[in-house]
Design a binder for this molecule. Structure first.
Ligand code: 5GP
Ligand code: ZN
Length: 114
């Protein structure tokens, strides 16, 4: 997936403000933040979207979510609360087709989402 933007961030061929990483995931700040805290958590392995995940990927999915919790702690928003978002496909509002979990916080989130 040499043309994928987020694969390039994983490979460090384009820079990002790294927040957390482990064997399976990388977290970095969103370049166009929609809240005071806006970090993306991505698997090192390329999946185009959440819709590609299979039963065999359940551990990875759990790792992604738990890394989101770690990001919330590292960013100091764990107690106040935060929101995870996974935009999926065109109607879901996805614009980068490498699976990513948005971790948003630092302000009150509205509902319903746009
Ligand atoms: P999506 O719309 O696919 O759910 O989210 C993609 C996110 O990636 C957007 O919030 C966008 O601001 C962010 N993004 C796009 N290009 C870059 C980039 O080069 N670096 C970083 N850090 N974030 C990016
Ligand atoms: Zn990718």
């Amino acid at each position: 997936m040499s043309e994928c933007l987020f694969c390039k961030i994983v490979a460090r061929t384009i820079p990002a403000a790294l927040v957390y990483e482990d064997e399976q995931v990388v977290a970095f700040d969103d370049i166009n933040p929609q809240a005071p805290i806006h970090t993306l958590v991505i698997p090192r392995t390329h999946f185009a979207s959440m819709a590609e995940l299979q039963d065999a990927d359940v551990t990875l999915l759990g790792r992604l979510m738990l890394a989101g919790n770690k990001v919330a702690s590292l960013k100091g928003i764990a107690d106040a609360g935060y929101r995870f978002v996974v935009n999926t496909g065109i109607h879901g509002g996805q614009s980068v087709f490498h699976l990513h979990l948005h971790v948003l916080g630092g302000r009150h989130m509205g509902w319903p989402p746009g």
